[in-house]
Design a protein around this ligand. Structure first.
Ligand SMILES: [Zn+2]
Length: 100
């Protein structure tokens, strides 16, 4: 698994979702491996992934968090149908690239 897997996956996500504005921060989280919040002024999703998480898990977490960002506007349920339909699409981007 390449160590820049998160960057490579993110490139695919940006290509597939050109209107989705997000930033990935590798930071320190106290009670989660990853979080997402919307920066209201800029409309940018800030995805924080704990800096100690290994690259392959970080890529999984990015799939999860970006699915929240995608479904945020049309499904208020945290892990509802909107989230899972977004996740299916994003996971396909991940699969295409790790299997290839
Ligand atoms: Zn979640």
């Amino acid at each position: 698994m390449p160590s820049n897997i998160v960057a490579q996956l993110s490139r695919r996500i940006r290509k597939h979702y050109p209107n989705l504005k997000y930033r990935i921060i590798r930071g320190r989280l106290a009670d989660a491996f990853a979080t997402t919040h919307l920066q209201a002024e800029s409309g940018t999703y800030i995805i924080t992934i704990d800096r100690d998480v290994k690259p392959d898990l970080a890529a999984f977490l990015l799939c999860h968090e970006i699915s929240h960002a995608i479904s945020w506007n049309f499904d208020a349920v945290e892990h509802g149908d909107g989230f899972w339909s977004a996740y299916r699409q994003v996971y396909r981007l991940y699969e295409d690239f790790t299997a290839g």
